[in-house]
Design a protein around this ligand. Sequence first.
Ligand SMILES: Nc1nc2c(ncn2[C@@H]2O[C@H](COP(=O)(O)OP(=O)(O)OP(=O)(O)O)[C@@H](O)[C@H]2O)c(=O)[nH]1
Ligand SMILES: O=C(O)[C@H](O)COP(=O)(O)O
Length: 198
Amino acid sequence: MSWQVVIPLKRAGDRKQRLAPHFSPAARHALSEALFDHVVDTVARVGRIGGVHVLSPGAPTRPSLGWLCDGGRGLNPELAAACVLLAPADILILHADLPLLAPADLEALIDAGVRHGCAIAPDRHGAGTNAIALTAGRTLPFRFGPGSLRRHLAAADGRAERVERPGLALDCDTPDDIAVAARSGFRWPIAADTHRAA
Ligand SMILES: Nc1nc2c(ncn2[C@@H]2O[C@H](COP(=O)(O)OP(=O)(O)OP(=O)(O)O)[C@@H](O)[C@H]2O)c(=O)[nH]1
Ligand SMILES: O=C(O)[C@H](O)COP(=O)(O)O
């Protein structure tokens, strides 16, 4: 079985808005690029993944990545359209800001997806959703946004496995998230003096 990964990624200047009070635009850009590179590099190490597609308004620069053009309708409709375009396929939706993501996390998510048709990875607060695996033919109405975990689990109506692993759970929305990632060994590509907002 070969899985197709979809990584949604906002336009460069729009990313990591919640970090704006703490980091300069240049630092936020460097952070988002480093996180994206880490996620893409990790995905490339999983044998069962056969294709990686970036859902974004602009084309990715890495030639190995497919491009699903974001038409600006919002993340949930754009992801639904991406799944239609890729069908029939086993699909893994994966956020681009997971600093501790490791191949074993993706293997675990895929295994759970195979078992249940749907697997959902919560964020570390048990509020958001950082990844979803769907086997071919299985659909889920995407409900990304505040409180998405509860809404995704409700939409799955008991037919999904919840996959809780640190590598899937830590996304980088706040300075605390960044500190946790740094303590866990994630190497940031930015100098200390670029950490403050401009
Ligand atoms: N293509 C696309 N990606 C999106 C959109 N909204 C969010 N994303 C991506 O979805 C993932 C999680 O998004 P968020 O945490 O909401 O956004 P963020 O830019 O990481 O952080 P904030 O700006 O602070 O919300 C990240 O990979 C984002 O780049 C969208 O409308 N289109
Ligand atoms: O659940 C979601 O919509 C995503 O995880 C985004 O959540 P976040 O706001 O915690 O990044």
